[in-house]
Design a protein around this ligand. Sequence first.
Ligand code: NIG
Ligand code: FE
Length: 397
Amino acid sequence: VLIVNVSELVTNASGERGDLGVIVDAAVAVVDGRVAWAGPSADLPVEFRGREVLDAGGGAVLPGFVDAHTHLVFAGDRSDEFARRLRGDSYEDILAAGGGIHSTVAATRAASFESLVADASARLERMLRGGTTTIEAKSGYGLTTADEVRVLEATIAAGERSPVDVVPTFLAHVPERGMDPEEFTTLVVDEMLPAAAPLARFCDVFCDRGAFTVDQARRIFGAARLLGMRPRVHAEQLTHTGAAALAAELGAASADHLDHATPEDAAALARSGVVAVLLPAASFSMRTAQAPARMMWDAGVAVAIATDCNPGTSNVENMPLVVALACLEMGLTPEEAVWAATRGGALALDLPDRGSVVAGARADLIILDAPSYRHLPYRPGTDLVRVVLKGGRVVHS
Ligand code: NIG
Ligand code: FE
């Protein structure tokens, strides 16, 4: 297929952070699910002329969004807790009293496998309509070995039924209530990780007050490493614990949230090449201060932005909204935010053939009903994604 009449093509070709490599009046040739050629229409090589044409209608074309941090599989909802927090109750108090994550764990355990897959599939379909073509999806609402395995299996099943690629992560979310956290950590290391390893590419730990300590996280990551799972870390979200420094020390794939990160954390992440996955919709939904995105970016950190889609802190599925929040609430430029939502996400997931439109890249593309990528943050809340292609095939229009 040959995509023509493209007002602006975002290529991310240079690999430089924030350099969108925009080509004006562009065309994209797709062969066997991959980009064969991308450039100015006037330079289209003869071999690609006369192919089946997809008219972009003067819209902008971008790489599909790579949402590098989601909690895709869960049951129930927490709109009651949402309303309580708006009346002044705190997230941490609700969690400590057995609500929050624990209430989602109870609902998830009670749900059938089929309903978990059906709910996750519906979420994936809405994500796809927003232009997301690849996501990372964490377990973490099981908290027993059998339930964590079931959540990972539901994650994989939902991915198989959707055009969206789903990359599973095992998440050590919180210690089971009533259980000694050290004992629970031992259970994670001895039992959950070996059971999760065949199903998950990464291992994440929620390292924060009310969840796991840095020392417990270190134990879990050490064991995960031996099983072939690369670390990613829920770091410095509610409080500053030193989890970002741990991510840097371990060469994690990413450190995520980072609301309370310091300049020293930013320097350490930049030095070690750990991607900072920032989640503006979470702080927005929690009505808390945003992560210091500008500081991170200026320190040279590779930044990704993601939804953090989950029933507690960020019931958000839509990457265009996240792009808008990254600009309007965090102060990134449209170029930085769009890069972070595409190439940044691909780097965070270690998927180098996504998030750019260059020869050889997977043809995961979106066509906007707008002439420029800048309209994404400029027009928050307007549905601007007109067509989504996955591996060169139209999967939404
Ligand atoms: O990324 N921080 C921990 N985990 C989720 C929230 C989970 C929940 O509240 O259900 C997050 O914010
Ligand atoms: Fe999260």
